[in-house]
Design a protein around this ligand. Sequence first.
Ligand code: SAM
Ligand code: ZN
Length: 312
Amino acid sequence: MNDVADYDLFDYDYSTYWKNRVYENNSEKLILNKEFKDKKGTFFLDIGGSYGRLTDTYYKGYSHPIIMDYSLKTLQKNKDVIKKKYPNTELIAANAYKMPFATSSIDAGLMVRVLHHIEKPEDYFKESARVFKKDAFYVQEFANKMHLKAVIRAVCKLDFKFFSKEPYNHPLTRSNAEGTDQGIAGIFYNFHPEDVKEKMEKCGFIITKKTGCSFFRMQSLKKIFGDNTLLQMEKVQQKLLSWTNIPPSIFYSTTLKKKNNDKLINNSEKLEDILVCPECKGKLNFTEKEATCTHCKHTYKKEKDIWDFRIM
Ligand SMILES: C[S@@+](CC[C@H](N)C(=O)[O-])C[C@H]1O[C@@H](n2cnc3c(N)ncnc32)[C@H](O)[C@@H]1O
Ligand SMILES: [Zn+2]
């Protein structure tokens, strides 16, 4: 069993995190808008999608976008606003390690600002490679351990162990304590780009593009230049310096290579047809408010339009 960063424990409202981060928000959308511009499909999965901050970047191309998150409270609180803006979107509470989707049922997806909460990325990548279709387009963002400031800090401290591919367990501070409370240790890892690449490739995700993000994530620069100028500067850096490991955040655009097992491909367009038991992946029997696994008999509930498939 893998630990999960449970935002519901502290009633954490993630949208507040974005109030003073216009530059970071726009920098991420710059990449995603470009990556999803001409993409099309049926089911799209936003893993750890929270209150739908990024939904506008993929909504147009996919007929059935799904925002999946472990925080049921976040989904419940934001459901009406999300549904009003993006009516085709489905909200599902579930754990990224154990997803309630049939094998090879999802056309495309993304995970942004969530991998730092994933202690066992290899387990997560294995599960995501299961749910995505062959040749699915998937974007993985991660907090980059080797960013410029961290490297300078390590050299100044003569901390050469820092340069290994091991994930770095980030100490929580007031400004980054997402989903926990002050003084409580949370799951927060920065990853080495090579480590993420190796783990993804092992599961079949072929990295087709690497894009650096938030090159100018510094309060002083925001004050001097303002969000708009910084964004223009960001555009240039994303083009020129994405090959480096300078920025604090990195996006990998990937294509999933896996065996073409036609029997397993699920081309259904109805959500219930692609939902399975997250525990044993068995078939589910549905009533209006409950889904029961025909194999392990586990029952899952639907409340106010949101399926709760959370298991650890
Ligand atoms: C920092 S927020 C990022 C939200 C969104 N992706 C964005 O960029 O705006 C992290 C989200 O990941 C969710 N999360 C963390 N661990 C998860 C897991 N194992 N399975 C599903 N969601 C998870 C949290 O509940 C939270 O909503
Ligand atoms: Zn089951």
